[in-house]
Ligand binder design. Structure first.
Ligand code: 3EB
Length: 343
């Protein structure tokens, strides 16, 4: 069920609906976005992620009803979580100001507790991760903070015996101006099917010029969510071809390139099963580095897809830094379609 939310101070956009399960939502009280848990009684917001809502104009709020009877919640180390036994949603918020460790160590710790959570809850497989890092492009003592994060993240994956290369989960990593290191995650009982983008070098194979340890994510993931439906989670997607940023300083061309990349990921996903995903149907979040670029980015999206395309109409625009300082825009998305995955 969809209902237009006219009130920007209550922007709430569902990120995912899983039958008889939990909802993960982004939105919340303007001017900040939140990722939240859906419960049978509505959405109990988790601590907000400090990304400013740039535009709620036209954004849709999905009204989501959860019917799962056995919801359990708890804390494992620094990870808070909630599960219905099939799916698990988790959150980690680490305030670096009160921690003695650097970002690489903190990221390592965060992911260690994340994996401990999954093991204990019986939902071992990560489907999708959202990472929000304060000052992502800042210098962390000789190494950019995003690169430090990559160090700790990959280390934790390897230590936990998790796929850090082929088979890594879908993810995004955005920069926030202030606040805690915030990680949100969705896990389930079955491993999703990873999808790569033939136009791009897999991020886990980026050369060392982008940091001593590569980012740990697949371009997309396909999950069978039951009831004959497949969810497609598309990782943060930007103006990268091969492994290089293209269209330096040109937000219009970067947006066009990003849409081409999304198109390519969707085509690759459609090869993996019978579900037919399309760009125009995606639910997406558009992260814009410079708030003044918002309307230009929107013009490209509307011009490419048509202003009436669900993706264009439902898009939520958030202010965020992108993990490479030369990237001006990034889009992440999900959608659900009927179908089966190929064995
Ligand atoms: C890129 O394609 C852009 O580090 O988890 C996109 C999605 C990006 C996820 C991550 C980073 C991440 O490399 C940046």
């Amino acid at each position: 069920m969809r209902a237009q939310d006219e009130n920007p101070s209550h922007l709430r956009v569902e990120r995912l609906s899983l039958p008889d399960s939990l909802a993960l939502a982004v939105g919340g009280k303007a001017p900040f976005a939140a990722l939240g848990y859906g419960t049978p009684h509505g959405v109990a917001w988790m601590p907000t992620v400090n990304a400013r809502v740039l535009s709620s104009h036209g954004a849709m709020a999905d009204v989501w009803h959860v019917t799962g009877p056995h919801i359990e919640s708890g804390t494992t180390g620094i990870a808070r979580w909630r599960t219905d036994g099939h799916w698990l949603l988790g959150a980690i918020d680490l305030d670096e100001a009160t921690e003695k460790q650097g970002l690489a160590e903190l990221s390592h710790r965060a992911y260690r507790d994340l994996f401990k959570t999954l093991d204990q809850a019986g939902t071992p497989h990560l489907q999708r991760i959202w990472n929000y890092l304060p000052q992502i492009n800042g210098d962390g003592g000789g190494l950019e903070r995003y690169r430090q994060f990559n160090l700790g993240r990959q280390e934790a994956f390897l230590e936990a015996g998790r796929a850090a290369f082929e088979g890594a989960p879908a993810a995004c990593a955005l920069g926030i101006h202030q606040g805690a290191l915030s990680i949100r995650f969705l896990a389930g009982q079955q491993a999703p099917l990873p999808v790569e983008n033939p136009r791009q070098v897999s991020a886990y194979r980026y050369p060392e010029t982008y940091g001593p340890r590569s980012p740990t994510f697949s371009r997309a993931a396909l999950s069978d969510i039951g009831d004959g439906n497949i969810a497609l989670f598309i990782s943060g997607t930007a103006s990268i071809v091969g492994h290089e940023t293209v269209h330096h300083g040109d937000v219009l061309e970067q947006t066009r390139e990003t849409l081409r990349n999304l198109q390519a990921v969707i085509a690759a996903a459609n090869e993996r099963g019978t579900a037919e995903f399309s760009l125009a149907e995606l639910d997406c979040v558009v992260y814009v580095r410079h708030p003044a670029d918002t309307e230009a980015v929107r013009d490209i999206i509307e011009g490419t897809l048509g202003a009436d395309a669900p993706m264009a109409r439902h898009a939520v625009y958030l202010e965020a830094d992108i993990c490479r300082s030369d990237l001006l825009v990034e889009i992440e998305a999900h959608t659900v379609a009927a179908g089966r995955l190929r064995a």
